[in-house]
Design a protein around this ligand. Structure first.
Ligand code: CA
Length: 465
């Protein structure tokens, strides 16, 4: 994920989050797939099945850290034994995944089972790369679809025009609620009442507390503790949505960032640095990014995703989750990401491939291993109930993650459009706003037509509008 904002570089490591859920939305994948489809190669392509030896074989391509590999290796071994099949695992780094998958597709070697980004679903369906697995997952004796988060399943439904409805093309590898955290130890040291876990702070309350916690602790004339330090690319959604603004209209044909509510949210965000002074300066953030400063105990409020929990468990201070501060709707808002696991269209054994998808998404042992490793929340609702009730592990308010998934989390704005160029355009030239050199309203008025042109192009490619 390239970070065009400059200011956001200080968030780069934290942006693993974004990397998970905003995998490069490569036009070139769709393009190469389209080429294959039109030359008919997809139909003649053979999968990795080894029918001549009589032994069934499936390929599974994914990316992830050691914790995920370990959990999946165990699950896959059990799957192989139960189904008398050999699963060939192809794993890549997060950075290499999109490129290698593209190469596999272009080389007529679509894996039987593989990870897909939420946002790629339309292109993969339209180009015939992924299989409709509705009949297999709905008809499974071993899968209770109702026990998986609706958001996770619905993210991979596509009815031919809108994502979120219709046939199922993947099951979730995970869901990733982007929550908000605070340094409890810092609050206690300053004698500030702890934020309510159920009632979001207003923007004004958030700024007031942030000001109280922005300090020069050692009296050398330089600030060394701040209220916050947020990356516009990952946190603007929350403030825009909770202020009643949105990025698109409901049928995803019009970019709607040029509204007063949107401008107000973006201006407020920029003012945190330029007017309120509650974030590290650009120079300070370049010395040590805000992710590192949060982990060093210098920042009061910072985002927290499930993928952070294992790292944050080791921090020297106590922290917990709260709802994002709320704009004028009074309601908290944030995004929830997901990765999917799909079946390749050329598989020789759709039923068994779908069963592997089911296993990877919903196998109790694999899920428990991933949850215990602190890298994701459970996919299974009943497992989540047990997990939330466990007070021996952080965060105390795990319920906030589930509330985001169940109640108020939304898909990232570009996840339901054919590509992400319209959305990326918003951040390309946003720096002068963040630096206080251009007003949010002026900027958004300039950005809207450029974004609209990209969206129109995306919708034309999708055959919409
Ligand atoms: Ca100081």
């Amino acid at each position: 994920m390239s970070d065009p904002t400059g200011r956001g570089i200080h968030h780069s490591q934290h942006s693993q989050s974004g990397r998970n859920y905003v995998m490069k939305r490569s036009r070139f994948i769709a393009a190469s797939v389209a080429m294959i489809a039109t030359t008919g190669l997809l139909l003649s392509g053979c999968s990795a099945g080894a029918a001549d030896t009589g032994e069934k074989q499936l390929t599974f391509m994914f990316r992830g850290g050691e914790d995920e590999k370990a959990a999946y290796t165990t699950a896959i071994k059990a799957f192989e034994e139960a189904n008398d099949v050999k699963v060939k695992i192809i794993s890549t780094t997060a950075d290499d995944y999109a490129t290698k998958l593209k190469a596999a597709i272009a080389g007529k070697q679509i894996p039987d089972v593989f990870y897909i980004a939420q946002g790629d679903i339309q292109a993969y369906v339209n180009n015939g790369v992924v299989l409709d697995i509705t009949e297999y997952v709905e008809g499974s004796d071993t899968l209770d679809l109702d026990n998986i988060w609706e958001y996770g399943v619905d993210s991979y439904r596509f009815d031919g025009s809108l994502v979120g409805e219709g046939a199922i093309y993947a099951l979730p590898k995970d869901v990733g609620p982007f929550s908000f955290g605070y340094n409890k130890t810092m609050f206690e040291a300053a004698g500030i009442p702890l934020p309510d876990v159920d009632v979001p702070l207003t923007l004004e309350e958030f700024v007031n507390i942030s000001k109280q916690l922005t300090k020069d602790l050692n009296g050398d004339g330089e600030l060394d503790q701040w209220g916050t330090g947020l990356n516009v690319q990952w946190s603007l959604q929350s403030f825009a949505w909770s202020n009643g603004a949105d990025f698109l209209n409901e049928d995803r044909t019009k970019v709607t960032v040029d509204t007063p509510e949107f401008a107000e949210a973006l201006q407020w965000f920029a003012d945190l640095s330029n007017v309120e002074g509650v974030t590290p300066s650009t120079a300070q953030a370049q010395t040590l990014d805000t992710y590192q400063r949060w982990m060093s105990g210098q920042i009061a409020f910072f985002p927290v995703g499930p993928w952070d929990v294992s790292t944050y468990a080791e921090l020297d201070f106590d922290w917990d989750l709260i709802p994002y501060p709320a704009g004028k709707t009074g309601e908290s808002a944030t995004w929830v990401g997901s990765l999917g696991i799909a079946v390749g269209s050329t598989t020789e054994d759709p039923e068994l491939s779908a069963k592997l998808v089911e296993y990877l998404s919903a196998d109790v042992t694999a899920q428990q291993t991933l949850v215990d490793a602190g890298v994701q929340i459970p996919n299974l609702k009943d497992m989540a109930d047990t997990w939330v009730a466990d007070s021996t592990t952080k965060p105390a308010n795990k319920q906030e993650f589930l509330d985001i998934v169940n109640d108020y989390g939304r898909a990232l704005p570009a996840n339901n459009t054919y590509n992400a160029e319209w959305y990326d355009e918003l951040f390309t030239n946003i720096q002068p706003v963040l630096d206080g050199k251009q007003t949010a309203a002026d900027y958004l008025k300039e950005a809207q037509p450029k974004m609209q042109a990209f969206l129109d192009d995306a919708n034309a490619q999708a055959g919409i509008g």
